[in-house]
Design a protein around this ligand. Structure first.
Ligand code: GLU
Length: 356
């Protein structure tokens, strides 16, 4: 039995004319029902609200991109969720809607609150259907796309596997439409295949293969297996789990030791950092080394920002590169006062430190 997060892209869920693709949705619901009957827990991260709203309402005047996203998603989201609801009801499965925003991942308390909500849903046999709350998200604080959101949900929920259903079979060695390109079937932990990805966006959705590749690499490093496959392929979801040899896909093998839940949260938190700590070369070397060490004041050369104990801070090398993220054990005031000194309390304790 596994806990599986399934991300479905806008191109799988909507047709070219902006109407929901009920055939594809129905095939996915059939497969989710099958996997649940085998004891798996499924969480859906479903895009398609904006694409689906576009086919449902014609704005009376030209709208800017924010207003258009808000209008379309408000209309499209309920259409999608109603269809899911009806399709799941045929199997007597209860589905629930989770609309979220990046801010909900920003503090430990809202992160735990959201996690608790979804755990209660799962415990009660409800299938969570997650999307970004596109009517309320501020552009500068949005998820890059739902691939990023699905990665955050997978780590937050301690999933065993993340399956990203897209409109291509996986990651190719070049442009997927080029006959010389080959599907990369397996990516090992630490392997970087992003150089193969041609910069292109997949039709309706916000994300492209570049973000998918980056998210898959990061999530698999955290100990979760990631699969990218083509959502329209018959029985693809069941096959990638039960008969993976029968279906083309790319798998990112998880790093075995993985990360603890708190480190997973921290690993995804760098965009919420309240401040910045610059460390000297020696401290950088020690932090990047193999042994578990805390960040001590003696290695700190500069402190920026105003933060409290428990807030997220980014850790940079002397040349400005981001080397890690941590949850501060002291306030910025104390960090400034203890900077460069020996024998003081760690600025970030090892348990709350994530080095890139
Ligand atoms: N949240 C967006 C929607 O439902 C999708 C974002 C994406 O394309 O990844 O339309």
């Amino acid at each position: 039995m596994a806990r599986i997060v399934v991300k479905i892209g806008s191109n799988v869920l909507t047709r070219g004319d902006g109407k929901p693709n009920v055939t594809n949705m129905s095939a996915i619901v059939d497969q989710v029902a099958h996997l649940r009957s085998r004891g798996h827990e499924i969480i859906l991260v479903s895009s398609g609200a904006v694409a689906c709203g576009r086919g449902a309402v014609k704005p009376l005047r030209q709208l800017d991109s924010v207003a258009a996203r808000q209008l379309f998603s408000s209309v499209g989201q309920i259409r999608l969720i109603n269809i899911y609801n009806d399709l799941f009801a045929q199997y007597d499965i209860v589905a629930g809607q989770v609309l979220t925003q990046k801010e909900n991942f920003g503090s430990r308390s809202s992160y735990l609150n959201q996690r608790a909500c979804m755990l209660t849903m799962i415990e009660n046999g409800v299938v969570p259907i997650v999307n970004e709350n596109d009517t309320a998200s501020l552009t500068e604080l949005m998820f890059t796309d739902n691939d990023e959101l699905s990665g955050m949900i997978a780590t937050m929920m301690d999933a065993d596997m993340l399956v990203i259903l897209s409109n291509v079979d996986g990651i190719y060695t070049g442009n997927p439409s080029d006959p010389d390109s080959r599907l990369i079937e397996r990516v090992m932990p630490g392997e970087d295949v992003s150089g193969n990805v041609v910069a292109s966006k997949s039709g309706f959705g916000r994300g492209g293969m570049g973000t998918k590749c980056g998210i898959a690499g990061k999530v698999s490093e955290e100990g979760i297996k990631v699969i990218i496959a083509r959502g329209e392929r018959r029985n693809v979801l069941v096959d990638v789990i039960e008969n993976p040899d029968n279906v083309p896909h790319t798998v990112f093998e998880p790093r075995r030791e993985g990360l603890s839940t708190v480190k997973r949260w921290i690993a995804h938190s760098s965009s919420f950092a309240k401040g910045k700590i610059v460390v000297n070369e020696n401290a950088e070397k020690v932090l990047r080394g193999d042994s578990a060490v805390s960040l001590l004041p003696v290695g700190v050369v500069d402190v920026e920002g105003d933060w409290e104990e428990g807030d997220i801070v980014n850790i940079h090398g002397i040349d400005g590169t981001l080397i890690g993220v941590g949850r501060a054990s002291v306030s910025s005031e104390i960090a400034v006062a203890s900077r460069g000194q020996r024998g003081e309390k760690p600025v970030v304790h090892y348990d709350y430190l994530y080095i890139e």
